[in-house]
Design a protein around this ligand. Structure first.
Ligand code: CU
Ligand code: CU
Length: 396
């Protein structure tokens, strides 16, 4: 059964530990063990014997080769081509939908589909998910057909526009789309309130105005909610501020946040949706990530950063089962805009923030004047970092 392919228990992961480098590598070895022997095997030394050069042979089952990877990350590669989406593409992909005008008003339309599909979240670990896809995402445009992705496409618009989301449920389960934002109850995507439980084969068009500006999210709100969110039905939803409604410094800040203004082009903008995956359905996550794939921005594929460019990170936590998630930036500090609904930071000069589920915000920072090199970022709950939520900026 496909869904068993990547079954690894949380304890298997924790047993191997080792900051970032051994968690999944060990887990893959242990997966072999668990399958061979039918029971988890104790590996008490693993956590201590993992080295920066890879892992020792101590806990590697005889049937598994010792895989020296020379650094932090995972052993082996996720097949991004088979997944059809790539965390590096998702990082900078903003789905603007289709912009038209009706009676003098800007109308932005997205066509979103929910589908069932399996994807690889760590080398050899496949997850049977439910996901959203959009005709106007980078992945769909690249492949010339609709691609379901996790997280869903980052929907981006401008404050004041009329938004139209034409939703088709092509999954085998009922789903909804619930947007965070201000709208009427009938557009809330909640069963029993307003179009919730769109049945398989069904469709509904959600329509509302873009407000307030900020860094938001959308997700399925079908019941059981836990299961529907955790399966992968969520994405970022960004409303750019309209500079015309602000003045002075705030108007200037709004111009850098609004993708239709030249001032925004100077900023390197990124999106990370923090998520976790319960691969054995025990109500706990075995894999954590920013944008789905564990260690996606690890040493082998760090995020390239130009040090002369201001950086902006839209960070959204959708992690199910854990009460909080966090981000810590190494060797640097940032300003933070909680929910992105202000044009002045709500926290200044911090290097760590935490987010409960659905909490989100914007980080602004720069590496100007820094020595080139790899600068780490990760959840500061060590366990989450070890299980995949860790990466690097490659500052050049
Ligand atoms: Cu759902
Ligand atoms: Cu929500």
């Amino acid at each position: 059964m496909a869904s068993n392919k990547g079954v690894v228990s949380r304890r298997d992961f924790l047993r191997v530990g080792g900051f970032g480098l051994a968690g999944l590598a060990g887990a893959l070895g242990l997966r072999g063990l668990a399958q061979d022997n039918g029971a988890p095997t104790s590996t008490p030394h693993a956590a201590h014997e993992a080295t920066a050069g890879g892992v020792t042979g101590d806990y590697t089952p005889a049937s598994q080769p010792v895989m020296d990877h020379g650094g932090m990350g995972t052993v082996g590669q996720v097949d991004h081509a088979a997944n059809e989406f790539d965390p590096h593409e998702i990082l900078t992909d903003f789905d603007y939908g289709e912009l038209t005008e009706e009676g003098g008003r800007a109308v932005r339309t997205w066509r979103l589909v929910a589908i069932d599909r399996e994807f690889e979240i760590a080398p050899g670990v496949h997850f049977p998910g439910w996901v959203y896809g959009s005709q106007t995402s980078a992945a769909s445009r690249r492949l010339g057909r609709l691609v379901g992705q996790c997280p869903g496409p980052t929907l981006r618009c401008v404050e004041g526009e009329r938004l139209r989301v034409e939703f088709v449920n092509a999954s085998s389960h009922p789903h909804t789309i619930h947007f965070h934002g201000i709208h009427s109850a009938v557009m809330d995507g909640i069963p029993g309130v307003g179009p919730g439980m769109i049945q398989p084969g069904g469709r509904f068009t959600y329509e509302f105005n873009a407000r307030p500006f900020g860094c938001h999210l959308y997700h399925c709100h079908a019941v059981p909610l836990k299961r529907h969110i955790h399966k992968g039905l969520y994405g970022a939803f960004i409303i750019d501020p309209d500079p015309a409604t602000h003045s002075g410094e705030e108007a200037a800040a709004a111009r850098t946040r609004n993708h239709t203004y030249d001032e925004s082009q100077a900023v390197n903008e990124m999106v990370m949706v923090l998520n976790g995956f319960d691969t054995n359905f025990d109500g706990e996550n075995e894999v954590y990530a920013a944008n789905t794939v564990a260690f996606a921005y690890g040493m082998e594929r760090p995020i390239p950063i130009r040090r002369d460019q201001p950086q902006r990170l839209y960070l959204i936590n959708v992690t199910e089962f854990d009460p909080i998630n966090s981000i810590h930036l190494h060797a640097n500090f940032f300003d933070y805009y909680d929910h992105g609904t202000t044009l002045r930071p709500t926290l200044t000069t911090v290097d760590t923030i935490m987010q409960c589920q659905a909490q989100r915000g914007i980080l602004e920072f720069t590496f100007e004047g820094f020595e080139p090199g790899l600068y780490m970022f990760h959840a500061h709950q060590t366990e989450l970092a070890e299980l995949g939520w860790m990466g690097f900026f490659d500052v050049k």
